[in-house]
Design a protein around this ligand. Structure first.
Ligand code: SF4
Ligand code: SF4
Ligand code: SF4
Length: 615
């Protein structure tokens, strides 16, 4: 938010302002420090004990949406949302490690004289809500759409605490991009406003919460509360218009309460923001012409649908016939929720329509290119050959979702500035002039060169990601065709058409050489047709693909028996028991061997250890 339009701020301590006011910033800093210490203690306990409570982190709730597993993170997220419905958006202000990062970066930037101003990026403000629905509702809704049931279960403990978190390299990049980058380019809560999926749901719950920042009649409209707010809320205006802060961006940090010289602000219960009536006339905005209004009206749902397509196509190829209806329903639902909970706060006007279209297109392109892109992957073998310790840094990792959302926002805004450099006589990035009075400044030249380089890298990333997705699609298609051939082979096997079955299993292996089922069945076909040499050759190949498959070891034993080598058979079957200790056919075969050599006790023991064979 800009602090333009503020009344002149009176800095003289009046009687009321001279009182000792609680320092909520300091209290918040202590609470955030305690949160980080608790996280460190949790990590230490896991490293020490090997098993621990699953991460208490909202992102873990994706496991509930995708696999029906209720873990500690999902419970924490649900409890936090429920408490936000009553107390407002407290988690963001008091418990989020990313708010600590953004506040810390803002504080450092202000120490060097930079006060980041909030930038309005129009339709990109929908990104957090789309990301939230994609992460936490999408998988669940898609299963409902497909009629697939998932058995819910509780999974509170884990041995793989770090499995869902990025490695060192991506963590450092996240720190820089979501901290300094987002704060400097987009404002003090840049990541929260344009990338964070949790913020979207907290913002919605906040609008239904009865507890808010409210005002008494002591307010004199001085604007000090707005100056104190690092969440870009126009506090003085909101309390004037609504007698309460209604902006869903309010994180209940209480800095405004502490800053008010008249003690006019307090935290209190009353009507939720959605139903708070306005005490003043709403500001009149210049109305766009009819065609622009239509384009704008269509832009939001179109952008939301396109964003869903880009996000979904990360996992599988988007097929219009198969996924189009689902995406259209999700986009319409999301756009409706966004409209319903758009908030009643008065904000600066957004970008012009042309700029908004450019931002939307650039964002989608960058997200497609960057998510999952592994920028250092080609260099990893070279680096690790010279510095083996670098293997622990995760240099070859792909860019994770949240980082790619943040990067795409920065990239889209940078491209917009670069285009403005070509068309406007005055352009600035925050307080840094890039072009002044029609002349490019040195900073502007550096910025333009950087944007051209990053554009080149992004195009390269898009080409790489496109090729990777094509390869993944081709391999998924080949796997699906292999499954079909395999199923055909099984049918032919059932009707004893061994030759036709062999052809089908071979065809399956041509399409997917790692298809263990087809390879196993092929071994069985050779065995049944008495082609022992081919059987042995195929069996060794199958064991190299699936060395832990007990059926393959069983077949190896059968082959050895046929060759008259009972010792080799026993050794193969004993090995098979390592992978399935109660395999009925293997136990029976071992029992038969024991009986042959007169070991009745051994035979009994094997039969007792076998699980009942299937019907
Ligand atoms: S919006 Fe997201 S990043 Fe920002 S404070 Fe809230 S949870 Fe943290
Ligand atoms: S609430 Fe307090 S700080 Fe804010 S405008 Fe009113 S008197 Fe000034
Ligand atoms: S309005 Fe007040 S409580 Fe809300 S974020 Fe701003 S300073 Fe914090």
């Amino acid at each position: 938010m800009s602090v333009d339009c503020l009344p002149p701020v009176d800095s003289s301590p009046t009687g009321a302002s001279a009182r000792a006011r609680p320092n909520y910033s300091r209290r918040r800093a202590w609470v955030l420090l305690a949160v980080h210490l608790a996280i460190l203690a949790h990590v230490a306990q896991w490293m020490w004990g090997g098993s621990t409570l699953s991460p208490v982190e909202p992102s873990e709730a994706t496991d509930l949406a995708e696999h029906g597993r209720l873990n500690a993170g999902a419970i924490f997220f649900l409890v936090t949302i429920a408490s936000t419905l009553v107390f407002g958006r407290w988690f963001c202000g008091w418990a989020c490690h990313l708010v600590a990062l953004q506040d810390g970066c803002r504080w450092l930037l202000m120490r060097v004289g930079l006060r980041p101003r909030a930038i309005q990026l129009g339709v990109l403000g929908l990104v957090p809500l789309v990301a939230c629905i994609y992460m936490f509702l999408g998988p669940w809704l898609y299963r409902l759409w497909q009629g697939i049931a998932v058995e819910p279960r509780v999974a509170l403990f884990t041995e793989e605490f770090w499995a869902t978190f990025p490695g060192v390299t991506m963590s450092v990049v996240t720190f820089v991009v979501c901290g300094f980058g987002a704060v400097y380019f987009l404002g003090s809560k840049g990541f929260c406003t344009y990338a964070c999926p949790y913020g979207a749901i907290f913002g919605i719950a906040d609008q239904l919460a009865p507890q808010r920042i409210r005002v008494t009649d002591a307010c004199q409209g001085c604007g000090k509360c707005t100056v104190a707010c690092s969440s870009n809320v126009r506090v003085h205006q909101e309390v004037r218009d609504f007698k309460a802060v209604v902006d869903p961006g309010c994180m209940k940090c209480l800095d405004c309460v502490a800053a008010c010289p008249n003690d006019a602000l307090y935290v209190g219960f009353g009507a939720p923001a959605l139903w708070t009536s306005r005490r003043t006339e709403p500001p009149t905005r210049e109305r766009a012409n009819a065609s622009q209004r239509w384009v704008r009206a269509a832009l939001e749902p179109t952008f939301v649908a396109a964003l869903f397509v880009v996000l979904l196509s990360h996992q599988q190829q988007f097929q219009l016939g198969e996924h189009g209806g689902f995406v259209a329903a999700m986009a319409l639902g999301t756009a409706s929720v966004a409209w319903l909970f758009r908030g009643r706060a008065t904000r600066n006007a957004g970008p012009a329509l042309g700029d908004e279209l450019l931002l939307a297109g650039a964002y989608l392109f960058a997200l497609f290119a960057l998510r999952g892109y592994r920028p250092l992957a080609p260099l990893v073998p070279w680096i690790e050959a010279r510095a083996p310790w670098a293997a622990s840094l995760g240099l070859g990792e792909g860019i994770p979702l949240l980082l790619s959302l943040g990067l795409a926002g920065l990239w889209a805004y940078s491209l917009l500035l670069a285009v403005r450099l070509l068309r406007r006589s005055d352009v600035s990035l925050q307080s840094l002039a890039l072009r002044a009075a029609g002349r490019m400044t040195p900073a502007g030249r550096v910025f333009a060169a950087a944007v051209v380089c990053v554009l080149g890298l992004t195009v390269h990333a898009a080409a790489v990601r496109g090729a990777e997705r094509d390869a993944a699609d081709a391999s998924a298609r080949a796997r699906a065709e292999a499954e079909l051939e395999y199923a055909r082979g099984l049918t032919q096997l059932e009707s004893d058409q061994l030759e036709a079955a062999e052809r089908a299993f071979r065809a399956a292996l041509e399409r997917d050489p790692a298809h263990v089922g087809a390879r196993k069945r092929l071994v069985g076909v050779y065995f049944a047709s008495g082609r022992d040499a081919e059987c042995a050759r195929e069996l060794e190949q199958a064991l190299s693909v699936a060395p832990g498959d007990p059926d393959l070891w069983f077949l190896r034993g059968l082959l050895a028996i046929r060759g008259g080598d009972a010792a080799a058979a026993e050794s193969a079957w004993t090995r098979a028991l390592d992978f399935d200790a109660s395999h009925p056919a293997i136990r029976e075969a071992l029992a038969a061997l024991c009986e042959e050599r007169g070991d009745a006790a051994g035979a009994r023991a094997h039969r007792a250890a076998a699980r009942p064979s299937g019907p």
